[in-house]
Design a binder for this molecule. Structure first.
Ligand code: TXA
Ligand code: MG
Length: 338
């Protein structure tokens, strides 16, 4: 199959809508990462997403809509969900809601809940409006690769597997949406993103974070979200994350760097001078900048063919929880506090 990669515009959006209506898969930009979309209510179309991504069938997809009205008949929108939608939609917040039988089992991997989100990106919103379909879309990477934050990343992973990629430039946020479970009395974050627990608590009164967000699942422990069972965001190189003050982190990183043939360094912008003469790249300064750059850097490190990534992280709390959750998983939870 030939894969077209076209700048998002009137013509390419029309082409994308035609493909989606015929049950095909189209990649499109969102504010978080690129998505691999198909008609969420067409089981065959959804199957094609799983095939293109080589995604395990037990990992459910997020259903994207342009407006709340599109959820009618698909899921039960509770009062708590309404309030969160008022506050955060369109935006990087995905909610798990009880689904109806109109949502095929393949979309939710057989779960009784469906994940729903309204993305805050002009191309995604225009596509959703024009095609008028709820669109199931996981991140547009091959399973086990870092999520794509540019059309070029999608092309690397999906070339020959899907007919069309809409290019809308680099994604602003850079890590996937917050996933929140609303089935209990208190909202619980299963996957941290740009909408934080503090943001949700400000609207819902309270919000907890699943403990498995920053640690591996124990043997036999049930995963709160199927996505947590699977290996994620894995660069080819081994990775270790260091957290602390610039100087202390640099000391620890340089010791490892010197002891290794083929290591690279990802550090905060302000710490780069401490690594002069070594292969060091910026992860920005704030956790938001880190989130924006992380997946791109992981792909670049893979291309360099390095065998060890020594990365400076942030304390895993508040706004930094999203980027640290991804760094922890990329590093198989090898985190050193200095
Ligand atoms: O930002 C995003 O959320 C991006 C863009 C494209 O919207 N999408 C995305 O989808 O990251 P994906 O499939 O890569 O991640 C969805 C996560 C997975 O960890 C999945 O297990 C979880 O959400 N999930 C989906 N439906 C669920 C459900 N019903 N119950 C529990 N977890 C669910
Ligand atoms: Mg994904």
């Amino acid at each position: 199959m030939e894969t077209l990669c076209l700048p998002a515009g009137e013509e390419s959006l029309k082409l994308a809508c035609g493909l989606l209506k015929r049950g095909q898969v189209v990649a499109f930009p969102t504010e978080t990462v690129y998505g691999l979309g198909a008609d969420a209510l067409n089981g065959q179309a959804v199957r094609a997403i799983f095939e293109a991504k080589e995604r395990p069938a037990d990992n459910p997809l997020i259903v994207h809509v342009a407006e709340r009205k599109q959820l009618e008949g698909l899921c039960q929108v509770t009062a708590a969900a309404q309030r969160l939608m008022d506050a955060f939609w369109p935006g990087p917040l995905t909610m798990l809601l009880s689904k109806t039988s109109r949502v095929p089992d393949i979309t939710t991997a057989g779960l009784p809940t469906v994940a729903v989100r309204c993305p805050n990106h002009p191309v995604a919103l225009e596509l959703l409006r024009q095609c008028g379909l709820p669109i199931a879309a996981p991140s547009a990477n091959r399973s086990g690769r870092p999520s794509p934050t540019s059309a070029a990343h999608v092309y690397e992973d999906m070339r020959g597997r899907i007919p069309l990629i809409l290019d809308g430039g680099a994604c602003r946020v850079g890590v996937e949406s917050t996933v929140v479970d609303l089935s209990g009395n208190v909202p619980c974050i299963l996957r941290p993103g740009a909408v934080t627990a503090e943001d949700i608590a400000a609207v819902a009164g309270e919000c907890t974070v699943a403990s498995s967000v920053m640690r591996p699942l124990k043997e036999g422990e049930a995963a709160p979200s199927p996505g947590m069972r699977h290996r994620h965001y894995a660069p080819k190189a081994k990775m270790t994350v260091f957290v602390g003050e610039n100087e202390a982190v640099a000391k620890a990183i340089i010791a490892r760097y010197e002891a290794n043939e083929n290591a690279v360094i990802l550090a905060h912008e302000s710490a780069l001078p401490l690594y002069a003469g070594r292969r060091a790249y910026s992860l920005g300064e704030s956790p938001e900048e880190g989130a924006h750059l992380l997946f791109q850097r992981l792909r670049e490190m893979d291309e360099l063919g390095c065998s060890l990534i020594l990365a400076q992280g942030w304390k895993a709390e508040g706004r930094a929880l999203a980027v640290m959750n991804r760094m922890a998983r990329a590093a198989a939870f090898d985190i050193v506090e200095v």
